[in-house]
Design a protein around this ligand. Structure first.
Ligand SMILES: [Zn+2]
Length: 174
C-alpha cells in the first residue's frame, strides 16, 4: 500500500484541500498504520503547552530561600549538638582532674610537682646506671677490641664524609 502523500500530510501538519481531506479520510479507513499516525497527531495537538502559573518565579525563589534557611538552621543545630557532645565528652573524661583543680588547685600543683620530681629521679637513676655501665664495661673488654672499634668507626666516618663530598659535588650524577 502506498502511504506516500498521506504520511507527509500527517507528519507535516499540512493544510489540506477539501479533495485531499477526502482522499486522506478514505486512506485512513483502510490503512491502520496511517490511522494510528493520525491518532497520535491528534493526541499531540490536544496537549496544551503547560505554561507556568502566574508568580511561579516568585514562589520558586521563596521556596528556595526557605529551603536555604532551613538548611542553615539544620547546619547550626548539627554544629551545636556536635560541640555540646564534644564538650560533654571532654568534661566527662577530664572530670576527675577538673574536680581536683576546682577543689584544691594547690593539691593538683603538688601532685604534678611530685610526679615531675619522681620523673627526674628516675631519669637520674637511669643516667647513673649508664655511667656505672660505662665505667665497668671497659674493664671487661680487651684494649685491642676498643682499638678495632675506634679504627672501624674512624674508617667508616672517612668513607661517609668522602661519599658526602662526592654526592655534593655531583648532585645530578653527571
Ligand atoms: Zn497508509
Amino acid at each position: 500500500m502506498d502511504h506516500r502523500p498521506f504520511e507527509d500530510w500527517l507528519v507535516d501538519n499540512q493544510t489540506l484541500t477539501v479533495d485531499q481531506k477526502r482522499q486522506l479520510k478514505a486512506h485512513l479507513q483502510e490503512c491502520s498504520s496511517c490511522a494510528s499516525l493520525a491518532e497520535v497527531n491528534l493526541a499531540l495537538k490536544s496537549v496544551r503547552l503547560a505554561e507556568p502559573e502566574a508568580g511561579f518565579v516568585d514562589r520558586f525563589q521563596l521556596r528556595l530561600t526557605a529551603r536555604k534557611t532551613a538548611q542553615r538552621r539544620r547546619n547550626f543545630w548539627g554544629f551545636f549538638i556536635l560541640t555540646v557532645s564534644v564538650c560533654g565528652l571532654f568534661s566527662w573524661v577530664t572530670w576527675p582532674v577538673l574536680q581536683d583543680l576546682v577543689q584544691s588547685p594547690v593539691n593538683l600543683l603538688t601532685t604534678s610537682f611530685s610526679s615531675l620530681v619522681s620523673f627526674w629521679a628516675s631519669l637520674q637513676a637511669i643516667l647513673r646506671a649508664g655511667m656505672v655501665l660505662f665505667k665497668v664495661v671497659p674493664g671487661f673488654v680487651p684494649a685491642y677490641i676498643w682499638a678495632v672499634i675506634l679504627f672501624a668507626g674512624g674508617a667508616w666516618s672517612v668513607v661517609w664524609v668522602a661519599s658526602l663530598i662526592k654526592f655534593t659535588k655531583y648532585p645530578q650524577g653527571v
